[in-house]
Design a protein around this ligand. Structure first.
Ligand code: FUB
Length: 339
């Protein structure tokens, strides 16, 4: 067992609630932070939450975001810069609505911003936009990535230089509608497989050299229990819901994700970027707010988790990003964080 992250750092706010960390920016709402250490600086690629008055429902209509702002800082705890609008939905030719959790990558002198948005048929796809600067402005490709689906792209470059995209999220993220390989909008939006059936896994595909398309068909990632059986759909405390992230530590691949309606961040480990991954446990307890979404990044030998909660608004669709250290046991196990 690994020691729980200490609560000693938690400070009460004006309402008396205690939080392990404080919002990185307070003048805009930000969520779903994908953090990277590019050329000696920390860049955060978050969603930009806004109030639109859309009704709150299981389909996530209340998350109706329209642009991205990129944040950066020299070091954790240092001054945070908001670089302004990096990409606007009006400049994405195929976009309909809802600019959700993005991620970014840097290769061959170009920065790539990957973003999920519903197309004009109201189906989530993943697009890519490029820039010579990590903070944009980014120019979107005219079409979504072929074969892309659902939400929450997370891009991971392995030590051999190959880059993979993990993606997917159930319910509002629509992944449950892709079970046959084709989008099936005929079922109720929130319908998961029956409780005794295998859960819906995130998807992964290797990216091609141009970083704009997949080099292979998208495949499903299996998350297994310790007996080697795929986690079941009714196993809500452990099964994948959304917000996958990948990092490698001491040659092991760590798939981390949100369990959605049970609000945990969970992790599973494997020996290949494609999995299968074996469930290991929860590493973050629920935050304030319905969604929980994170990224993990190494900065100068220390590991950090970027995440969000709703400290500033107490509204689940108006979130704020935060960071805290990620600690591990000697065996690589992730310490439990109480946010
Ligand atoms: O921000 C919209 C959605 O909420 C994200 O795509 C999910 O991961 C959840 O955080």
């Amino acid at each position: 067992t690994t020691p729980a992250a200490t609560d000693a750092a938690a400070k009460p706010d004006s309402t008396g609630k205690k939080y392990l960390a404080q919002p990185l920016v307070k003048d805009i709402y930000t969520a779903d932070p994908s953090a990277h250490f590019f050329n000696g600086r920390i860049y955060i690629y978050p969603s930009h939450d806004i109030e639109t008055g859309m009704p709150e429902n299981d389909n996530g209509d209340h998350f109706a975001m329209r642009d991205y702002h990129i944040l950066s800082m020299d070091s954790v705890g240092g001054k945070v810069t908001d670089h302004g609008v990096a990409l606007d939905i009006k400049d994405i030719p195929w976009a309909g609505r809802q600019l959700w959790a993005p991620d970014a990558a840097f290769k061959n002198g170009t920065y790539y911003l990957y973003f999920p948005v519903k197309d004009k048929q109201d189906i989530f796809r993943i697009g890519v936009a490029t820039s010579k600067s990590p903070t944009g402005p980014f120019k979107a490709e005219p079409k979504p990535m072929e074969g892309s689906l659902s939400i929450d792209p997370a891009v991971f470059t392995d030590t051999d230089g190959q880059t993979y995209m993990y993606m997917g999220g159930i319910w509002g993220g629509q992944l449950q509608r892709w079970r046959t390989g084709k989008y099936d909008g005929s079922k109720p939006k929130e319908q998961e497989p029956a409780a005794s059936e295998p859960s819906v896994g995130p998807r992964v595909a290797r990216l091609g050299a141009d970083m704009k398309q997949f080099a292979e068909p998208v495949r499903e990632v299996k998350i297994l229990d310790k007996e080697g059986k795929v986690l079941l759909s009714g196993d809500n405390n452990r099964r994948f819901f959304e917000g996958a992230w990948m990092h490698k530590y001491q040659d092991k691949y760590y798939l981390t994700y949100s369990t959605g309606d049970t609000h945990f961040l969970a992790y599973a480990t494997g020996t290949s970027p494609y999995g299968p991954f074996t469930y290991q446990g929860t590493f973050m307890n629920p935050v304030q707010g319905w969604t929980t979404h994170h990224s993990i990044v190494e900065v100068k030998g220390k590991w950090y988790i970027f995440y969000h909660d709703t400290q500033l608004s107490d509204k689940t669709w108006l979130r704020n990003v935060k960071v805290t250290e990620l600690k591990r046991g000697a065996d690589g196990s992730l310490a439990l964080i109480n946010p």
